[in-house]
Design a protein around this ligand. Structure first.
Ligand code: GLU
Length: 267
């Protein structure tokens, strides 16, 4: 099949250059396009992932191995491009560092609970979504909060560069409440602020909050603003973006994505 695609693209390329004098060659395969070739020359795919999001990108404290659905997606991409799912180098990223690491070329891809937004699409290529989450609230059990409405007048801790604040601002308007925000650089800092009572709730996507849940805290049932996660690449890496998007399409239609969701016990 790959051979067929290659032959077809070569035929098309010849046809295009032959008649249009400078037309764009199609990039239907992973062969010979500039950014894909660079990755092949390096022999390794560099991927930014989360290490604190259980089931998505998580460094297992017992094995020290980074695992999860996003790790498996990265492996499938490495297999597609380099023929080997292990030819991959993972780097831990946060909401704040993942964009700049793509910009600098240090990473080829980011697969790290990265929500697709119109604004971000101006700076990065995103694949179609591979998962949809929602913004949620983590609170201390002993406070007795049961819904967002109970947080009227309270302080909420959110991460810088995350979509959470905007989602909650919109929801506050809808629900006729008013909340205050404190922004932090990292999730452990927000959790510490929740523990010490500097904030009354910690808000981010439910998947991420799961990594900070303990016996004294709970995630409220409310969900805000669907968060569609996409695989991101540097804006100029259009050939890589196409290969990734095609693969996500394939994984959706052949059931592989659903199998991963099941494998990791994600609802
Ligand atoms: N998914 C949200 C975002 O992209 C939350 C932040 C995060 O992924 O860490 O903004």
């Amino acid at each position: 099949m790959k051979k067929f695609v290659l032959v077809l693209s070569l035929v098309l390329m010849t046809a295009f250059t032959g008649c249009s004098g400078g037309g764009t060659a199609p990039t239907a395969s992973t062969e010979a396009t500039p950014n894909i070739q660079k990755i092949k020359d390096k022999g390794v795919l560099k991927v930014g992932v989360k290490v604190d999001v259980p089931k998505f990108g998580y460094k297992n404290p017992e094995t020290q191995v980074i695992e999860g659905m996003e790790i498996d997606i990265a492996k499938a991409i490495a297999k597609e491009i380099l023929g080997d799912e292990n030819k991959i180098e993972f780097q831990a990223v946060t909401a704040k560092t993942r964009g700049p690491l793509l910009d600098s070329g240090e990473l080829d891809l980011v697969i790290a609970t990265f929500t697709i937004t119109e604004e971000r699409k101006e700076s990065y290529n995103f694949s179609q979504p591979y998962f949809v989450d929602g913004v949620a609230l983590l609170v201390k059990k002993d406070k007795g909060f049961t819904s967002y409405k109970d947080l009227d007048g309270k302080a909420i801790g959110v991460a810088q560069s995350a979509t959470s604040k905007k989602a909650l601002e919109e929801a506050a308007v809808e629900q006729g409440i008013s909340v205050k925000f404190s922004e932090y650089a990292s999730y452990p800092e927000i959790k510490a602020a929740l523990e010490s009572g500097r904030v009354d709730a910690f808000s981010v996507d439910a998947a991420i909050l799961n990594g900070y849940l303990d016996e004294n805290s709970e995630i409220l049932a409310d969900r805000f603003s669907p968060q569609e996660y996409g695989v991101a690449s540097k804006k100029s890496n259009t050939d890589l973006a196409k290969v990734v998007d095609d693969l996500i399409s394939e994984m959706k239609s052949n059931g592989e994505l659903d199998s991963l969701i099941e494998k990791w016990g994600i609802k």
